[in-house]
Design a protein around this ligand. Structure first.
Ligand SMILES: C[S@@+](CC[C@H](N)C(=O)[O-])C[C@H]1O[C@@H](n2cnc3c(N)ncnc32)[C@H](O)[C@@H]1O
Length: 437
């Protein structure tokens, strides 16, 4: 049960925060007799801070930081006033971020030594996709992010966001300028999705509007190689397309990963951080033995599986999005790879059939982790090796525990796809301990 406090702003607390949770919030134990833990973004371990309680959930009190009373030596000034919305670790220097991410992995996987944690060299401007909301600030239309933890309150972004490259910010700000010139207010607009390619330097943008008869579609834009306007039913979640109203120019981008050109669409998934993602693919290659049949689940546009083509006689790639599979097929054709077979299916349906005869299985699920039906099928079919890449190591650790004792984690590697944020990517290699009965 979520309990909002009656008067959240009246009673500040002064607490010493002594640790980080695996989600990256600072945690402090509340004084006796309370058995609660206070959690806050924007506070570092070792800091004494004044915080305001916002809401409680079971034994946890979520707080908003008001003042840091004793700053940590790892504290640095945030680069953006809206940092809590996009990247709450902006207040931590980069070496401390890396130490904290290593510690999170070591805490989640105590039985497997962390082989390495591959840091990012580019720690700003690395995101290839940003989804902005809109607001009005002193009568001016502005890009915005939601305040962390609030569905309603928004923070204006007069200069965009430093996690995106300059070209993406310039393209987004140009869209806002053109909309403002046409007298469009925030009320008609839902979101602006902007994507960039490091390989080509191109940016494409998609404007999601709440009016099916939106009139200001044909904006004069010089900063985007492609632009679309998409009606999104006001009752559906942000950036879900109901009907495409307008399209001009490029509707897809191409990124280069380990020598492969990979095309992907405005709305589809593509891995973040063009510099660190290839390191993860290299690591997966290193742990993939030469084999007969490799099954890749949650395969997207083929960013990982196509790079493994020389490791297997044949690769079956399973992905639920029809669009992603169409792009994977096109990427396969462009790369001249013959033994990669992308197929539209849900990884958990017919999992036993899909996994039959697999020597190696590569999984890269969304944040929720593996579907329980898939975990059960892996436990029954028992392919000799599983390579599990995850953007949510806490859920990955849960899945790895479920696969015990049939599988033993033999290697753990971390990657910093998301500097300035507590998010990280991890690769666990699992080897079968017991053959199927
Ligand atoms: C984290 S992304 C990984 C994509 C790909 N491995 C890559 O590196 O680009 C997860 C992918 O799983 C797909 N997906 C989500 N649920 C799925 C399911 N139940 N079965 C198969 N694919 C699914 C998503 O569409 C998305 O492309």
């Amino acid at each position: 049960m979520l309990g909002y406090l009656q008067s959240p702003m009246t009673e500040p607390l002064e607490l010493v925060f002594d640790r980080l949770t695996p989600q990256g919030l600072a945690a402090a134990d509340l004084p006796e007799p309370s058995s609660r833990t206070a959690l806050a973004w924007g506070v570092l371990p070792g800091e004494r801070a004044r915080v305001f309680p916002l809401r409680r959930q079971k034994g946890t009190l979520f707080c908003r930081v008001d003042r840091i009373l004793d700053p940590s030596p790892d504290r640095v000034p945030p680069r953006e006033p809206h940092y809590l919305s996009c990247s709450p670790w902006q207040v931590m220097n980069y070496p401390a971020q890396v130490r904290a991410k290593r510690a999170i992995l070591e805490q989640l996987f105590p039985e497997v030594p962390l082989a390495k944690f591959l840091e990012a060299e580019t720690v700003w401007g690395y995101r290839n996709k940003l989804e902005f909301s809109f607001t009005e600030d002193e009568g001016r239309l502005r890009l915005a992010f939601h305040e962390r933890g609030s569905a309603l309150r928004k923070v204006p972004l007069p200069e965009g966001c430093r996690l995106a490259c300059e070209a993406m910010n310039a393209a987004a700000l140009e869209v806002v300028e053109r909309l403002a010139e046409r007298g469009i207010g925030a009320v008609a607009l839902k979101t602006l999705v902007v994507r960039g390619s490091t390989a080509t330097g191109e940016v494409i943008a998609g404007l999601y509007v709440m009016d099916e008869h939106f009139a200001a579609c044909d904006l004069a834009l010089e900063r985007s190689a492609g632009f679309s306007v998409i009606y999104s039913d006001p009752l559906s979640p942000a950036s879900v397309a109901t009907k495409v109203l307008f399209q001009r120019g490029a509707q897809q981008l191409t990124e280069r990963v380990l020598g492969l050109d990979l095309a992907f669409p405005l709305e589809g998934f593509f891995q973040n951080h063009a510099e660190v993602f290839p390191l993860a693919v290299e690591e997966i290659r290193c742990h993939t033995p030469q084999c007969g049949r490799l099954v890749e689940l949650y395969s997207g546009v083929g960013s990982i599986g196509l790079a493994l083509a020389d490791r297997a006689r044949e690769i079956l790639a399973i992905e639920s999005s029809e669009t992603a599979v169409a792009f994977a097929e096109e990427n396969r054709r462009r790369a001249g790879v013959e033994n990669y077979h992308p197929k539209v299916a849900r990884a958990e349906s017919c999992a036993e059939e899909l996994l039959a005869g697999a020597d190696v299985v590569v999984v890269d699920p969304p944040r929720a982790g593996l579907h329980p039906k898939l975990v059960a099928a892996l436990g029954r079919i028992r392919p000799p090796r599983i390579l599990y890449l995850s953007c949510n190591p806490a859920n990955q650790a849960h899945d790895v525990a479920l696969l015990r004792p049939v599988y033993r984690p033999v290697s753990l590697t971390g990657f910093d796809f998301y500097p300035q944020t507590p998010h990280l990517e991890s690769l666990v290699v699992l080897d079968r301990t017991e053959p199927p009965t």
